[in-house]
Design a binder for this molecule. Structure first.
Ligand SMILES: [Cu+2]
Length: 260
């Protein structure tokens, strides 16, 4: 009875030894492979090829009609790259096609000089007309930068509210020339809102005529901190009237037209 048991025990031990021997040699082979891969990858990544990195400061821009938005692209020279980077700015819709609505424009440099190991910033201004839209709209500013490593695109997503905001700035008082609507001619799409915010310390009552509703001239009108909103939804297309500050006569009025 003892001999078969011993043989079984020896057999198990041998099997164990063989298993240990096999598993010991396999990792050694893997180690050799890993070693050579790491070596070649590291070599190519730490090259000294001159290049340029770029970053955009505003990936999303919540905004309104009648505003200018500035988006900045900043270039950083890597490994002493020096030269010009060509930039193509365009306005596109959600599918990447050229924007055909809203009348937005973009201006900014088409070439940016980058000095060796320096940084350079380029500002792109998106101008949103006061009559861009009567409903919330989106538009993308696309900047295609011809980097030494290949052209890269940077996109800033604008969400435009159909609100034209005018602010009576702090300290404005009776300075009619500095009133924000003075002698302007503006169009607003029917359905958009005109919002007049009094950020000053004194009363600025909003005047409206020709169909545009006038703010109360009573004790509650135009108070510091007030916001007076004109909803153009009930106004007829082609309505033209004066909107401005009632508190200084007609010197601050703009001519506003409702368009389709
Ligand atoms: Cu005023």
């Amino acid at each position: 009875m003892r001999t078969p048991l011993l043989a079984l025990a020896l057999g198990l031990s041998l099997a164990g030894c063989l298993t240990i021997g096999d598993s010991g040699s396999a990792p050694n082979g893997d180690d050799d492979d890993t070693g050579s891969n790491t070596g070649s990858n590291t070599g190519s990544n730490t090259g000294s090829t001159p290049g340029v990195n770029a970053t955009m400061d505003r990936a999303t821009v919540p905004t309104e009609v009648g505003k200018d938005e500035v988006i900045t692209l900043t270039f950083t020279s890597v490994n002493s790259f020096a030269g010009n980077v060509a930039v193509t700015a365009s306005l596109v819709d959600g599918t990447g096609a050229a924007l055909t609505t809203g009348g937005l424009t973009v201006t900014g440099p088409t070439s940016v000089a980058v000095a060796a190991n320096g940084t350079a910033s380029a500002m792109y201004t998106v101008k949103i007309p006061t009559d861009a839209t009567a409903t919330q709209m989106t538009a993308d500013l696309k900047l295609d930068a011809a980097l030494p490593s290949g052209t890269k695109s940077y996109t800033s997503a604008l969400t435009i509210a159909p609100v034209y905001t005018i602010t009576y700035a702090a300290g404005l008082a009776a300075n009619t020339a500095m009133h924000p609507l003075t002698k302007l001619k503006v169009s607003v799409k029917k359905g958009a809102k005109i919002t007049l915010h009094n950020a000053d310390m004194v009363t600025h009552i909003t005047h409206g005529d020709g169909g545009f509703p006038h703010e109360s001239t009573g004790p509650t009108g135009g108070l510091a901190g007030n916001t007076y909103t004109i909803d153009t939804t009930p106004l007829a297309v082609n309505t033209t009237g004066a909107v401005g500050c009632h508190s200084h006569g007609n010197a601050t009025y703009a001519t506003v037209t409702i368009v389709q």
